[in-house]
Ligand binder design. Structure first.
Ligand SMILES: [Cu+2]
Length: 476
């Protein structure tokens, strides 16, 4: 076990002082030894009274964080919280987000996975300077219900700002969601972090040995957080079915999720629900990917199961952590003593996902992922790397030519995977990020149906992205 190894006695990673607003989700900071009960992050209040309109305010600021060791460290928060408040939207909604940057440095908010205009995407091309505000305005399309998230995406400092606490969930709901509304829903934002002995977020100097390892591997933490809490207890009743929306907000860690070997049902990924549910015993989720699963309460009243991440070797041998093959405990699933309930009936068809027709693709584009480079180049904010015609369908072939995994993310446009290493993808799913394992090749089909402008594509290991493993796509 590596959880908690050589750490300050941090129990909670939550903001303290300014948590008295209506947005405050948590009770008072936890004291050492108190069991942590799982809670969904608070939902951001909609300030609009107009139909089909979501108007919210987000402020990024430096915040003092109380650690259980009694030490105070400085983090970054959205509205005083980390993770930030959950943004709840419905398909078709008009969305206005009043954003204030009270950080001491430039930032943006990237709405990861959303299909919205390029100048609202929060890419590094549209920085918001310290002390400045920006209204992000966009409309949510039909058929896009799913689990998304938001995080900063400024040039070079994304990893730094996420490490200090900036990330949050964004949920798009559908009026015709096929799953019963009665299923208890858990929003699970996975993050890991690392703290120095004084309790501060440990971000080593880039030139140090630790800094170089972070640059190669992507920064990993040895404290594992779900919604800002270490090892929370998720309550369930025998026979109950719960809907878990899981977001990997870690900078680089890939999770291989398991519930003590019990079968759960995956119903969705990045771009929302699948066509049909799939039973799984474990699931790999790379940085920035999302999964939706149904957890079946098959345990006996009073029993517990551990929600874990099993070992996953995404590393290059020379910087692979020595403890990489230890399972990591993330949360406890605890059954109440109540008698079992009868499991609810679940649909076998969730929705229809229209196929993107590869026969109409006009171009196959090739991207070679090196270590920190794409097609041999590092990011240049003044260069366009890839030009595509508005309205075109394309096949993108992503080949990882090096010995560690790189999760590839395309901004603004969701895609459908065609094959992995030549093996056709069995099921049709909407994706915006795909992990490309070492020396493997993934092909996907994407339609650039709308929203001309400049967009990013990059490795979602934040250290790689910050060091230039990113390119610019122009759609026009
Ligand atoms: Cu990478």
């Amino acid at each position: 076990m590596v959880r908690g190894a050589s750490l300050p006695t941090l129990v909670a990673w939550i903001a303290s002082a300014s948590l008295t607003s209506s947005l405050a989700p948590h009770k008072a900071p936890l004291t050492k030894g108190e069991p942590e009960v799982f809670a969904n992050p608070a939902v951001l209040t909609n300030e609009s009274h107009s139909p089909h309109t979501v108007e919210v305010t987000l402020t990024a600021r430096k915040e003092r964080i109380l650690l259980a060791s009694g030490k105070i460290a400085e983090g970054y928060t959205y509205n005083g919280m980390t993770p930030g408040p959950t943004i709840e939207i419905r398909e078709g909604d008009h969305v206005i987000i009043h954003f204030h940057n009270e950080l001491p440095q430039a930032t943006t908010i990237h709405w990861h996975g959303l299909h919205i205009p390029a100048d609202q995407d929060g890419s590094p091309l549209y920085p918001i300077q310290p002390g400045k505000s920006h209204d992000y305005i966009f409309t949510i399309g039909q058929g896009t219900a799913g689990t998304y998230w938001y995080h900063p995406h400024p040039d070079v400092t994304t990893g730094y700002q996420v490490a200090r606490g900036l990330y949050g969930a964004l949920i798009i709901r559908a009026d015709d969601d096929p799953l019963p509304a009665s299923l208890p829903e858990k929003i699970i934002v996975l993050a890991d972090n690392r703290f120095a002995s004084d309790g501060s977020v440990d971000i080593p100097d880039e030139a140090s040995q630790a800094g170089l390892v972070d640059m190669e591997n992507g920064r990993e933490g040895n404290t594992f957080l779900i919604n800002g809490h270490v090892m929370p207890t998720i309550g369930i009743r025998s026979g109950e079915v719960q809907r878990w929306r899981i977001i990997n907000a870690s900078a680089s860690r890939v999770y291989r999720l398991s519930l003590g070997g019990q079968t759960f049902t995956q119903v969705g990924s990045d771009g929302g629900l699948f066509e049909h549910p799939v039973d799984m015993k474990e699931i790999v989720i790379s940085n920035s990917e999302r999964v939706e699963i149904l957890v079946h309460g098959t345990g006996a009243p009073g029993s517990t199961t551990t929600f874990q991440s099993l070992p996953y070797d995404r590393y290059a041998p020379q910087t692979r952590p020595s403890y990489w093959d230890n399972p990591i405990d993330l949360a406890t699933l605890k059954y109440s003593n109540e008698p079992p309930v009868t499991p609810i009936q679940l649909p076998s068809t969730l929705r229809v996902i229209p196929a993107l027709d590869t026969l109409t693709a006009t171009t196959t584009r090739y991207f070679a992922l090196g270590q920190g480079i794409i097609n041999g180049k590092t990011m240049d904010m003044n260069r366009v790397d890839t030009r595509v015609r508005l309205g075109s369908m394309e096949i993108w072939q992503i080949e990882n030519i090096v010995g560690m995994d790189h999760p590839f993310h395309l901004h603004g446009f969701r895609f459908q995977i065609i094959d992995r290493n030549g093996v056709p993808e069995k099921d049709r799913r909407w994706k915006d990020t795909v992990n490309v394992p070492k020396h493997e090749t993934v092909r996907f089909v994407v339609k650039f149906d709308d929203f001309p402008g400049k967009w990013m594509y990059h490795c979602h290991i934040l250290d790689h992205e910050d060091h230039g493993m990113m390119g610019i796509l122009e759609v026009k």
